[in-house]
Design a protein around this ligand. Sequence first.
Ligand code: AR6
Length: 231
Amino acid sequence: CSKRLVSYSESAVELNESKDPMVGTVSDAASLSDPPTLAFPSISTSDFQFNHEKASEIIVEKVEEFVNKIGNARLVLVDLSHGSKILSLVRAKASKRNIDSKKFFTFVGDITRLHSQGGLHCNVIANAANWRLKPGGGGVNAAIFSAAGPTLEAATKEQAKSLLPGSSVGVPLPSSSPLFHQEGITHVIHVLGPNMNPQRPNCLDDDYVTGCKILHDAYTSLFEGFVSIIK
Ligand code: AR6
């Protein structure tokens, strides 16, 4: 069986990857002992080109505000690579705050394969969406819609047709979706962050006063959405 190293918070753990991802059921993927967990990407900091320093400040501030409102649940900031600038900025800032490291940590991995490849069970994942709530476009949005299959687009349409910057919508994942039965994910929360990329709609033209307010609102909406799902 193959093994690889994945960073868990700031330490490294060895994970077993022998499990066939095709044979999982939600009951395999979701152990009863796992606390409710939201995995979320850093909203707006890649395709939407939001400043990483400012975004990391907002993430840590919002996590500190919410981490005591979620009982035993966990918040996990995810990115694809060990070299992720946003993960290291957030880790450095979080270590200086009063944040329980069992309830908030960073994780390196593909948000659509956290259980099957990373051994981390998250029942809710967040998506850095576009305003039309459409598949594709690259980044984590393309990865989540592709891994979830067509049922996610249909289930999303039942909840909302579009999103305003700074808002989010929670979508229950149909049990036929591979993300449900292979990864144990029951909900996807689509979040629309501020856009600083002139090639994308509603660019804020470097207006970071508005941009920071929208990013604050986006994380508030995301974490409140998670709280309402786990209640
Ligand atoms: N798993 C974990 N993290 C990921 C993954 C993945 N599979 N893919 C990307 N990231 P982005 P944005 C990280 O660009 O800046 C889309 O086209 C990535 O490294 O996905 O909010 C939408 O349709 C970064 O840290 O989102 C929108 O139009 C974070 O996810 C637009 O991009 C967010 O990067 C949204 O842009």
